[in-house]
Design a binder for this molecule. Sequence first.
Ligand SMILES: Nc1ncnc2c1ncn2[C@@H]1O[C@H](COP(=O)(O)OP(=O)(O)OP(=O)(O)O)[C@@H](O)[C@H]1O
Length: 602
Amino acid sequence: MDARTDPGLDRARERFLGDGTVDERGVVRPEIVQSWERSRRAGVDADHLALPYDPDLDFEGSLVHCASPVLDDLTERLSGMAVAVVLSDAEGNVLDRRVGEGELRRRLDAISLAPGFSYAEEFAGTNGVGTALEGSAHAMVIGAEHFTDRLRAFACAGAPVYRPGGSLAGILDVTCLAAEANDLMRFLARQTAKDIEEVLRERGSAGARAVMAAFRTACVRARGPVLALAEDFVIANRSAHETLDAQDRDLVARHAADHRRGGPGEERVLLAEGPVRLLFTPSPAHRPSGVVVEVLRSTSTLRLAGGTGGAGVVPPRGPAAHPAPPARPLVGLAGTSRSWRSTSAALRAAAAGVNSTVVLGETGVGKAAAVRAAHREVRPAARLVVVDGEAPTAAEELATLPVELGTDPATVVVRRVEALDEQGAAALAQVIDTAAAEVWVAALVTGEEVGEGRRVHDVLGRFDGSLSIEPLRRRPEDVAPLVEALLARLAPGRRVRCSSEAMALLGGARWPGNVAQVEDVLRRALVARPAGDIEAGDLPAEVAVHGTRRRLTPLETAERDLIVGALIEARGNRVKAASALGMGRATLYRRLRAFGLTDVGR
Ligand SMILES: Nc1ncnc2c1ncn2[C@@H]1O[C@H](COP(=O)(O)OP(=O)(O)OP(=O)(O)O)[C@@H](O)[C@H]1O
């Protein structure tokens, strides 16, 4: 078949875009029909090309690094020819592009076949990159075989690039104008993909060797646990195996994954039996393919409050064969993860010991809720006073506290303590210094730390100890119990639950706003679904869209929100929503499918 000239193919494509059927099976290759069907299901718009753009892709990663010498060489050979070579990651995002000649470069820019844009099939429809990805196989797409109109002028051949361990690294695609398509493209794509795989193999083993060497050096120097994380392995020394259990090692590895790029770094985290500092050293230093982590007992002046071993000291742990019994979560709050139970135990102990405590954590993670729960559980008879560091009256409220409280037992919670000015910090210092023996002071810091050099930082250094509450994305097992508890609180008496599909979306979201964001999302879902269980389509687009792996353009985000708003307004009636939006019903259906919103407002 010559896809450049076959009018039957054009007709088949038109018919398919019209009614979704293909009668001319002999004219259209089966793999292309399958790809058209996938594109249609994903809601790709055949008339427009609107591709997500992400400026923060891994342009510095090992794939680009290893492909560079191969692509440099090819670029020289292709100079002056109307041929382009495109490298994408395993999700179809373009990472690198080399074009032999200026006119083709201009035309490729016009269809956004350029670094940062996604050519995944779900956005661009049938094409050399996305279709090769879907089938994990070579894909040649010529002219009218493309799903979207704008790509019909082109021909592309995509070939998968695999890492040494067998996982897919990305797609190498060769593109030219459809009128110039030839079989050599397919050959060129395959050969180039193979050449990149070869470099990945060579450099991968060199990188792994470098990580191993750095790991061994760290083990000789360090007394405690050391772990190393590379592209496809995690290793740990004997001390890590003996003193950290599997969940703690997993937690350390998850933190390490965030430190694979950039320079050396440090983080403080709370493990099962106390706070530790994690020192991260990317390896090799000039082009990291892994990271070595040393786990050190925390010696900061901001020590752990309470905890199983007393303030500031991580007790020596026996072999993992005698693990500490799991701590109970705080009464009245949801969460079952190891990290949440450790936080619960530490806060409970701090409240019982009346040890002044700094509680750190991202916004909405549950700092105030946790301190309140510890107060209710351990010191129910004491008075509870909450001061908001952001309030203009904060300094004044704190200044009057010592007199106001007298010798009564009390718990003083200062939210957003980092916002206190000089005066507020001085008043807080006075509360700490003069507080009666029965006053438990908890200062909550929204964020990871308080900038050094500020008065409030010095005051916090005088507290008995500190602890951090892990962001929700690092304890995903807490999402389900939180959803259940929050639904019960938001819709008392309704006994509403989430479908398993909705739960899967909630469990997979990143939750930058933590528990407060989960609460907000559920509140909106309850409006979308006034009775009955919550389905995936009832979830606001920020969660639903996450589930479709979509990254939206700003325009799409605005469009999606308009559509969701109109549907909620129309109580799920699509005809009404479409007319309110001034769009055809078919278009509305297509956009809903594209956004993964199948049931909004119903
Ligand atoms: N474990 C939990 N179980 C049930 N509800 C929780 C839990 N954690 C947090 N919440 C709820 O989530 C919301 C946000 O929690 P909270 O206000 O304590 O967060 P925060 O960390 O103090 O926030 P910020 O730093 O932004 O002030 C509250 O409604 C709280 O009741």
